[in-house]
Design a binder for this molecule. Structure first.
Ligand code: E4P
Length: 217
């Protein structure tokens, strides 16, 4: 499973790149607003430090506007992945951008039927939002299971990018289902390390090691 980080915070991204765990980045207009930075500048800076795909979301909703914005964004760097909404105009733009060899992430996917449309539009990634589905009392992971089954049935090449991830269990459940990618808030990615028995065991080993009076180097 690939790990993307869901943030426009360059400090967080830099520290996660150095962990060697990061395969890409997703941003959205809310995350860019939170960063307080110029959108194109921040995408350029992120692309320079991240080796994998960096999703940059268009603000336009009509085909011509989406294509005009995508043309600006995809010139920023080779690893820019244009993020378009799951709408008729977004999917039309997706198909045309893919024909030109541009990576496309189709965002705001909330149903298996929508995911089927994204795959038929040759999206590089589809982003089902599990947390937001859970928030309305439905089952986010059920959505992932349905999409995995549908994509497997037809060998679609679109990668399932599990988004709106809120907890380590979302990541584990998505991995068990075979989702290709999870995009995680930095805090969730870091929390994957945590286990009380790891902390307790390490403290015991360090205390016992100190008793030996030895050093390794
Ligand atoms: C995906 O690409 C989105 O940026 C993101 O995962 C949305 O998550 P949220 O529901 O926590 O805002």
């Amino acid at each position: 499973m690939k790990f993307f980080v869901d943030t426009a915070d360059l400090g967080d991204i830099r520290s996660l790149v150095s962990s060697g765990l990061l395969d890409g980045v997703t941003t959205n207009p809310s995350l860019v607003a939170k960063s307080g930075k110029d959108f194109k500048e921040v995408i350029k800076d992120i692309c320079a430090v991240v080796p994998g795909p960096v999703s940059a979301e268009v603000a336009g909703t009509e085909y011509d506007q989406i294509m005009a914005e995508a043309n600006v964004l995809r010139k920023i760097a080779d690893n820019v992945c244009i993020k378009v909404p799951l709408t008729p105009d977004g999917l039309r733009a997706c198909r045309h951008l893919r024909e030109d060899g541009t990576m496309v992430n189709v965002t705001l996917c909330f149903s298996p039927a929508q995911a089927l449309l994204a795959a038929k539009s040759k999206a590089s990634f589809v982003s089902p939002f599990v947390g937001r589905v859970d928030d309305i009392g439905w089952e986010g992971m059920g959505l992932i299971a349905d999409i995995v089954q549908i994509y497997d049935n037809y060998d679609f090449e679109t990668e399932i990018l599990v988004a709106s991830v809120r907890s380590p269990m979302h990541v584990v459940e998505a991995a068990k289902l075979g989702a290709h990618v999870a995009t995680l808030p930095p805090a969730v990615l870091r929390s994957l390390f945590n286990h009380p028995l790891t902390e307790k065991g390490l403290a015991t080993f360090l205390a016992d090691w100190a008793k030996t009076g030895q050093t390794i180097v």
